[in-house]
Design a protein around this ligand. Structure first.
Ligand code: ZN
Length: 562
């Protein structure tokens, strides 16, 4: 292929969100000009100690800042907006154009208050029907139902043809605080010819139709009806619809609502101000007022449905919460985790709640990923309406993408018109074909530790995993400058490796080994290479301890000359 023809392809580059649930970020690139869609994070897996969240690798965008046309946000879930502070740190330029709906904008700006050193963001508000021209792209926003209000799909006119990006979505004829799906609008897009559809795959392995938000309310209502004591509902702070349902049901059953958890509080606050959460005056009370009401009049709305260590539900379960302890009469409702690798943490927490004799409803329909995404019947309906020429499944684990592609193939789209891509791959598109380039861009995990934007590299993570698994072992050798020999016996400090008092023999042998390594190095007479000595201590001690214990603690040699 000549350079010229390649130049006329639209390049679609997912930096996150394909082959995983979360961390959604996608680039559309035409003749070097780049449009960014979403910038989200995902939560860490269980074997990533101390990691707060994971963001997309944006190194492809470095040095290309002047070619970035702008960034568009589809909705306010953290797996679509959570990487904003990171993006600001890495590639931001003050002239960047940003587009988001009213609620999405509110959530982004509220979160930016935690990053006060960063530049103020100027976000242009868009809504159903807004149109924006960005370089070669003309973006038309349209309302899509999901489990958060103000979610926007994208109809994008590009030089190669029209592209439809569904955002996360479901078809809902009975939503809460929202209008039902506008099928006429979708049909009108179809009339304008859809070259490519990029559609949410999160629900592609689920048969049938997703529940409407009204059905979810009905199910929740039954739990409320039966509860005699307090209701403790743990959910995601960005699941605005679910929060609204819990508040409305609490009002129906004359319960006061206590909102606990930092992100939950801020999201409720911002959504109330913008009118996306409606609560009667006096419904929401402070946690300190909880004892002014009988248990049957209290709902506690909190974070921690994923089993997150510092979240409210975990603190209540572990008796570490300042005001709330579990009672036998309580009913705990929480959503299941679909983030692979977190199931065990949730299971342990559930068991611990049951041990305290409290009722638990593990209500899957409260889940951010189970309740809000189109399932197979809806996905078929979407294809029937849109009749796209090409198809690219987005948002979901690899199996979900494959399942979605299979469904579309069964509906008659030829296999060569469907691309199953993963993060970092480059999808090329023109009027005639879609294909994935051999070349890729970096898309590995960037791990973020704490509120600071400092990345945690893989080496740091490996160290943490090592410490968590086999502990650490510090050897302190004091060298007498005048003789060059080890003074006395080396000190050994260890944590999480073996119980030192019961390992006297092991320690004695280790000390002997360290002494002989040092004496051998010093004995040669000339200048001593201490970093070599430390490496020797680390390697030999490591091998020795492994041969004795089958464990590999992190070994930290300290050599001090006195
Ligand atoms: Zn979402």
């Amino acid at each position: 292929m000549t350079k010229m023809t390649k130049h006329n392809y639209l390049r679609i580059i997912p930096l996150g969100g394909l082959s995983e649930v979360g961390r959604n970020m996608m680039l559309l690139e035409y003749q070097g000009k780049i449009l960014i869609i979403d910038a989200g994070f995902r939560l860490p897996e269980e074997d990533m100690p101390g990691i707060d969240y994971i963001v997309p690798n944006v190194s492809y965008l470095k040095e290309k800042q002047k070619n970035i046309l702008g960034i568009i946000f589809t909705h306010g879930h953290y797996d679509h907006i959570g990487a904003v502070p990171y993006l600001l740190e890495k590639v931001w330029q003050p002239n960047f154009e940003i587009f988001a709906s009213l609620l999405t904008k509110g959530i982004i700006l509220k979160r930016q208050e935690d990053f006060s050193h960063q530049p103020k963001l100027d976000i242009t508000e868009v809504r159903d029907g807004s149109k924006v021209q960005l370089g070669p792209f003309r973006v038309e926003f349209f309302r899509q139902n999901h489990n958060i209000p103000d979610n926007l799909g994208l109809f994008i006119e590009t030089p190669v043809g029209n592209i439809l990006h569904t955002s996360d979505f479901k078809f809902d004829s009975n939503p809460v605080n929202d209008l039902p799906t506008n099928f006429q609008k979708l049909r009108n897009f179809s009339k304008r010819k859809v070259l490519l559809i990029m559609a949410d795959s999160t629900g592609a392995e689920e048969e049938g139709h997703s529940l409407s938000e009204a059905d979810i309310s009905k199910n929740l209502d039954q739990i409320f009806q039966k509860a005699t004591g307090r209701i403790i509902a743990a959910t995601f702070s960005s699941l605005i619809n679910r929060i609204q349902q819990i508040i409305s049901l609490s009002e129906k059953y004359e319960r006061k609502v206590v909102v606990e958890g930092y992100s939950m509080k801020t999201n409720v606050e911002i959504s109330k101000v913008l009118g996306y959460i409606k609560a009667k005056k006096g419904t929401i009370i402070n946690v300190k007022e909880i004892t002014n009401y009988p248990d049957s009049r209290i709902t506690i709305l909190c974070t921690g449905a994923q089993g997150e260590g510092q979240a409210v539900l975990m603190r209540i379960t572990n008796r570490e919460h300042r005001f709330i302890r579990l009672k036998r009469s309580d009913t705990v409702i929480f959503s299941s985790s679909v983030i692979p690798g977190n199931e065990r943490t949730v299971q342990i927490m559930k068991d611990e709640i049951l041990r305290q004799k409290t009722k638990v409803f593990h209500y899957k329909m409260m889940d951010i990923h189970a309740g809000g995404h189109a399932q197979r019947e809806e996905l078929k309906e979407l294809i029937r309406i849109m009749r796209p020429k090409f198809f690219l499944p987005i948002h979901g684990q690899y199996s979900m993408l494959v399942s979605h592609a299979e469904l579309v193939r069964e509906m008659g789209l030829p296999e060569k018109n469907i691309a199953i891509a993963e993060n970092g791959q480059i999808i090329n598109l023109n009027q005639k074909r879609i294909f994935i380039e051999r070349e890729t861009v970096p898309s590995n995990y960037i791990m973020v530790d704490g509120l600071g934007i400092g990345d945690v590299g893989e080496i740091v993570l490996r160290d943490r995993q090592m410490l968590a698994k086999d502990g650490m072992f510090v050897v302190v050798a004091i060298i007498d400058k005048t003789t060059g020999k080890v003074k006395g016996s080396p000190d050994i400090i260890s944590r999480g490796f073996v119980y030192l008092r019961e390992s006297k023999e092991l320690l004695r042998e280790t000390r002997k080994m360290v002494i002989s390594i040092v004496n051998l190095a010093v004995g040669s007479g000339g200048a001593v290479n201490w970093s070599y000595v430390k490496d020797e201590i680390r390697n030999k001690t490591g091998q020795f301890l492994f041969s004795k214990t089958q464990r590999r603690p992190m070994i930290l040699p300290v050599v001090i000359e006195v």
